[in-house]
Design a protein around this ligand. Structure first.
Ligand SMILES: [Zn+2]
Length: 432
């Protein structure tokens, strides 16, 4: 689901805040600030904070929290959290412990755009200030450069200090993955194995180790069948919490169908308008319902996406999914004891006769099984005529220059000598 969310700069809220009292006073976060009455009296004598000084003060707090994560300083991380809310403090401690599970090359939080949250003003008073916060980070050994996600924090001025009072006021205004990262829920454990990193619930470490092993085999399978360089570095999220990096585990029209796993693309840019920048990489997220019975070939499919995402986003859906299915099926048949013959038969007898186009988003939505089958067959056809390197060259050209259906058609013609319609005809005739 992609919703276009406008930037709701809160004119009204800014006015309210402009009439509020208080300046930013840098005090030692010793938790011994003056109690209510005294604070109110003190605040009354203070001057109005400008938006600039407020941003600077909040950025200083956020910087302190990032430094605290890097330096394993839980006190520094909690210092800005409302001590009157034990539940929030406990959640923030879990967050800190989870972040410590990861190895950050860089970690920075900064104030993004203000968001209206009237319920926060009702609950915490007129100084309550709610803002999107950007988290820009790079995981060591996984991300080739920083990526960004967003969260929503509410702060109030108390005794001249900004205090974090809520982290869930504007969930609906965040990006799809915003505040839904692996560290945002229950305590996690990070398992490392070769180039693979797996995040699981702290109570499911044996499962995490098993998935790490399967993931390593899947990486090897992708390397066997995708002829371009790939470092095999990938983070696999296999948590019981279904909200992690995902809002939906079903798709399609009608009854829909279940998504077993997905590759979530990462960017270094504003997460609400990510398509404007080149992707940095991706994470694999496993549907919690299948995490305990995960098959390697499913991971091979997703790993293929991870291996190819950095090449660019221009490749049309039929070849993106077709390649992932091609690598998955080839990896199954690497073992002479296994075959995808039944799938082959289904595609030839059931899916090809009705094929009219190379399946796009609409076709995948209408019938996932049929579209994946057709996409796979189209890719097998390309490998049979162009070789696997020729198919990969076409994939790359499309990834980098496939800006429109017309551009795709030109690129396909250049590589195969066929129009899109001629390619469909040839794929339908291809017997494998
Ligand atoms: Zn896929």
């Amino acid at each position: 689901m992609t919703m276009q969310r406008g930037r709701l700069f809160a004119g009204a809220t800014v006015l309210v805040l402009a009439s509020a009292v208080g300046v930013v006073v840098v005090t030692k976060p010793d938790g011994k600030s003056a109690p209510g009455g005294t604070a109110a009296a003190a605040e009354a004598t203070l001057k109005t904070p400008s938006p600039t000084s407020r941003t600077a003060a909040l950025n200083a707090i956020l910087a302190q929290r990032a430094t605290a994560v890097l330096k394993d300083d839980v006190k520094g991380f909690i210092a800005s959290v409302d001590p009157k809310q034990p539940k929030l403090v406990a959640e923030q401690r879990v967050l800190f412990g989870n972040l410590r599970q990861f190895d950050f090359t860089t970690l920075r939080y900064f104030v993004a755009d203000e968001r209206v949250a009237p319920t926060m003003i009702q609950k915490f008073g007129k100084t309550a200030f709610t803002t999107r916060v950007m988290m820009r980070y790079e995981l060591t050994g996984l991300d080739p450069k920083p990526v960004q996600t967003d969260l929503g924090y509410t702060f109030v001025l108390r005794s001249g200090r900004w205090i974090l009072v809520a982290d869930d006021a504007i969930e609906e205004a965040l990006s799809e993955d915003g505040h839904r990262q692996p560290w945002d829920f229950q305590p996690v454990k990070v398992v490392h194995r070769g180039t693979v990193t797996v995040v699981v619930d702290k109570k499911e470490i044996p499962m995490g180790k098993k998935i790490a092993g399967i993931s390593q085999d899947a990486v090897a399978a992708v390397r066997r069948h995708w002829p371009r360089p790939w470092n095999g570095k990938v983070l696999v999220v296999a948590m019981p919490e279904p909200r992690v990096m995902s809002m939906h585990w079903t798709t399609g029209t009608g009854n829909g169908w279940t998504i077993a796993a997905k590759a979530v693309t990462l960017y270094d840019g504003e997460p609400l308008s990510v398509k404007a920048v080149a992707p940095v990489g991706s994470r694999i997220v496993i549907n919690p319902a299948v995490r305990k019975s995960l098959d390697e070939d499913l991971l091979v499919h997703e790993m293929t996406h991870v291996a190819t995402v950095p090449t660019g986003l221009g490749t049309p859906t039929w070849l993106v999914e077709g390649l992932a299915e091609y690598v998955r099926c080839r990896s199954i048949e690497d073992d002479p004891q296994w075959t995808v013959d039944p799938y082959r038969r289904t595609v030839k007898t059931k899916y090809l006769p009705s094929m009219k186009v190379l399946p796009g988003e609409a076709e995948f939505d209408a019938n996932g099984d049929r579209s994946y089958g057709q996409a796979w067959w189209a890719t097998e056809y390309l490998v049979s005529t162009e070789g696997v390197k020729g198919m990969a060259a076409l994939y790359l050209d499309l990834a980098q220059h496939g800006v429109s259906p017309a551009a795709d058609a030109t690129i396909i013609k250049k590589h195969t000598g066929k129009t899109t319609a001629e390619l469909v005809t040839a794929v339908k005739k291809f017997r494998g």
